[in-house]
Each structure stands twice: as structure tokens, then as C-alpha cells.
Design a protein around this ligand. Sequence first.
Ligand code: DAH
Length: 349
Amino acid sequence: MSDPESGDAGNDSSAPTLAEAEAKILACESSEALKEVEREYVGKQGVVARLLASIPDAPPEERPEVGKQANILKKGVQQAIQARQQGLADARVATEREGQGFDPSLPPPRPQRGSLHPLTQVTRELEDLFQSMGYRILDGPEIETDYYNFEALNIPADHPARDSHDTFFCEGDGHLVLRTHTSPVQIRALENLEPPLRVVIPGKVFRHESTDASHDHTFHQMEGLVVDRDISVAHLIGAMKTLLRGIFDRDLEVRLRPGYFPFVEPGFELDARCPFCEEGCRVCKRTRWIELLPCGLVHPNVLRAGGVDPEEWGAFAFGLGLSRLVMLRHAIDDVRHLLGGDIRFLEQF
Ligand code: DAH
């Protein structure tokens, strides 16, 4: 008796071989079709059963071989069906995944990358700009003494200007405060550096006031101080125009309005032409001017407090609102977004 795979299953020469069975199994596209083939071969009335039933009719010397071949066919068919079942299941999972847009050949998603906070971006840009003009970048404490935050800046106790600086006082006798502006670092610069000097001081400041879209308890400023001989308002305006060109990438018309700050005399509010419109917009509140830069010539009392002789030296100073600048630049309508820490906001930069 020949091997069933060779095409001759015992004495019934028309009986299907294992090779034929395997081909049929491979062609099955569903488990129903597989069941059908299973029944045909290993079912109660199937090929294998008929082979076994033919044994008594076979010549005695062939009987063991017929039995053996029947078993080989049975095992082979069962194995082939199992393999095909697994194949069909795998294919089903693959199609489902494809439907969900899952493509295992794609590279994995990249890890999220952080970015610099818009305040950091503006601060660094301005630091570069000022450094290129020979300014030094300084830093100062965020917890200040009453002396540096007020007294030395020509704001003595009971001066009404203190009211406008809604102050966080530290526990104790009230002589430590969270600095309400970056101006106290002017005094520290005067004390520690020899004139002539040019410095800028970016940093965080704090105000004890109720918050709304344009007020936060914590925001950022950049203080500037230039001490030299014969400093005039013309120097101040020139420096401010250069600053604005650095920020907005073009020359903007400016105007000075009188502004009162105890540490400068004269003091100004410097406005710039709205960089966003020709005839009035939401940003400039239809005035075509944006209020950007309080500044002035440093008061002699302040120079004296810093140990600099006002007869010999002149100075100008300015206090740029960094938070406000970032809001202008990115059309942000609520200052509280800046330090709110909402990742959806920050991801935009
Ligand atoms: N320190 C002031 C404030 O926070 C801003 C300011 C005004 C700073 C005039 C200056 C200046 O240097 O000259 O309200």
C-alpha cells in the first residue's frame, strides 16, 4: 500500500489523499467551511471512518498498513484544520486593527517635546538685544526689604504711591515684602556697580490684588537702568525706540505723556503706534496707540540712595511689562493664561 499523500489511499483509489485534504483546508475562508471539511474527513461517516471500515475486507497482510494510513490521514487533517483556524483568527485581528488605523509597520509615536514658555522666549530675545547694546543682565531677590522696594526708590512710608502697589507683606514686622516691581534692583545695581553702567533686570513681581483678564497676582517686568554723564530725555527716547524696533522688527512712532512715578523726574508713559493696525483695533482699543513703557530720568534721591552723585551722573530708567508684551505679541486675551500652567495653552508655543 502506498502513502496516502502520493495519491493512493489504500485499495479505494478514488479516496482523497492528505495532500488534497490540506489543499481544501487551506482554501477555507471561514470556520464554517472548515467544519465542513472536518466532517468530510474525520466525521462519523467521513473518509477516515470509511477507510477503517474497509479493513475487514482487505487482505489480511494489508490490514495493518490500511489502519496506519487511516491514522496518518486523520492526524494530518486535524493538524491542518487547527493551523488554518489560527490563520483565520490572525487575519481577522489584522483587519480589525487596520480598520482602527493601526499600522504595525509605522514607527512608534515620538515622545512629546516641550517648548520654551512664551515669557522665556521674549525674555531671552530682549536679553540678547540689550546685551548687543552693551547692557548687563542682572537679577535680584523676589523677597525684598521695604527699603529697596519703596524707601530707596523715593517712596517713603505714608507716601500715597504705596497704595498703588498692592503689596504682599511677609509675616513679621512688615519690613519684608514680595517685590511689587523690578525697580528695587536699580538700587542694588547702583550700590554694586561703578557708573557708567547699563543694566536690564527681567523678573517676576507680585501684587496683592483681585485677578481678572488684565491683572494677575504674579507677572513679569523688565527693568532698565542707564547711568552716564549728561543723560537726557533724548537718550531715553532713543533707547526706547531701539527697544521697540527689537521687539516689533520695525520703527514705530512713539509719543510721551507725563507719568508720575516717585523714582523718576520727569516721568513718562511712552506709547507706541499700534503695530497691529492702521485705523484702530481691539488691541489698541481703537486709539491707535499702545501703552507700553513707563520710564523717566532717575530722581536724584534714588541716585543718592544708591551712592551715586547726581551732580556728576545722570540716569534714565524704564519698566517694561513683559507679561503685557507677550499678550500683545500673541494676542492673548487673559493674563492668567500665562502662569496658569494649562498644557493646552502652553503647547501652542
Ligand atoms: N516700577 C514701575 C511699576 O511697576 C514701573 C516703572 C516706571 C519703572 C517708571 C521704571 C520707571 O523704571 O522709570 O509700576
